[in-house]
Design a protein around this ligand. Structure first.
Ligand code: FPP
Length: 247
């Protein structure tokens, strides 16, 4: 059965965010170390981007490395950074072929220089692609993002570049890493954990949350479409009543 046929292409989420969880448990299940799990996560990344692109999702954001992930053993952090560097380089031709515009959010300056360089190159090479925006959240923490936005806004008020009375939701939006992305409509988390883990807190205010027990390395196009179908079966009321929505 082709799950794509069950998707209403008129009501596709504009922005899907994914917490890719369960690599360690998946590896353990195979009797292997955690790094083996991360290496086997790339197929799921590729499949999700292709699945999203095929139904015209505008933006997909992947939580690849959180600010808290720096606390992991150095060997695992190094392996994740190397994986990032190597896979970005390797995927570039496919990004070009598939119209993928790469973007990043997070404290990019804290990544190893080599990772920063490759990331900047891939972002630059893909900047004119228009099919889908693929954002990697790297050294990302939502509270830190909001704190930074507050500081920048406060400085502008102090310097009289901004009037306090004119601060509104758009002001905050425009000072987040995600200023150029639509709000998140759907958040998917794999591996059975039901938490948001400091990911896109502001941007997910009205997102539908979808949790699946599938471990990230096993996540495929069909699972992505299961999430989209579930999203389309939900009623997004944005605070209104059901009756108001049908009016
Ligand atoms: C969560 O699984 C996964 C991560 C912290 C890293 C995500 C990284 C990838 C999917 C690698 C590929 C991505 C790029 C951008 C190259 P976990 O280690 O927390 O698993 P566990 O909860 O089972 O221990």
């Amino acid at each position: 059965m082709d799950k794509k046929l069950h998707i209403d292409l008129q009501r596709v989420p504009k922005h899907v965010a994914i917490i890719m969880d369960g690599n360690g448990r998946w590896a353990k299940g195979q009797g292997m170390n955690r790094i083996f799990g991360h290496r086997n996560a790339l197929t799921a990344v590729r499949e999700s981007v292709i699945a999203a692109s095929e139904i015209n999702v505008e933006a997909i954001t992947l939580y690849a490395f959180s600010t808290e992930n720096w606390k992991r053993p150095k060997i695992e952090v190094d392996a994740l950074m190397n994986l990032l560097i190597n896979s970005l380089k390797k995927e570039l031709p496919d990004f070009m072929k598939n119209g993928v515009k790469v973007n990043s959010i997070g404290c990019i300056e804290s990544l190893p220089k080599k990772a920063q360089k490759v990331l900047a190159e891939v972002i630059s090479e893909t900047r004119n692609n228009t099919k889908i925006i693929l954002t990697f959240a790297l050294s990302y923490g939502s509270r830190e993002e909001i704190v930074n936005a507050m500081k920048t806004i406060s400085k502008k008020v102090v310097n009289k570049e901004l009037d306090l009375e004119n601060i509104d939701e758009n002001t905050i939006n425009n000072h987040l890493y995600t200023f150029n992305l639509p709000h998140v409509d759907l958040m998917i988390r794999t591996s059975g954990e039901q938490r948001i883990s400091n990911f896109l807190l502001w941007q997910m205010a009205y997102a539908e949350l979808y949790f699946t027990d599938i471990l990230w390395p096993d996540f495929r196009q069909e699972h992505f479409y299961d999430a989209i179908i579930e999203y389309q079966n939900r009623e997004r009321r944005f605070g209104k009543t059901s009756e108001q929505l049908t009016e």
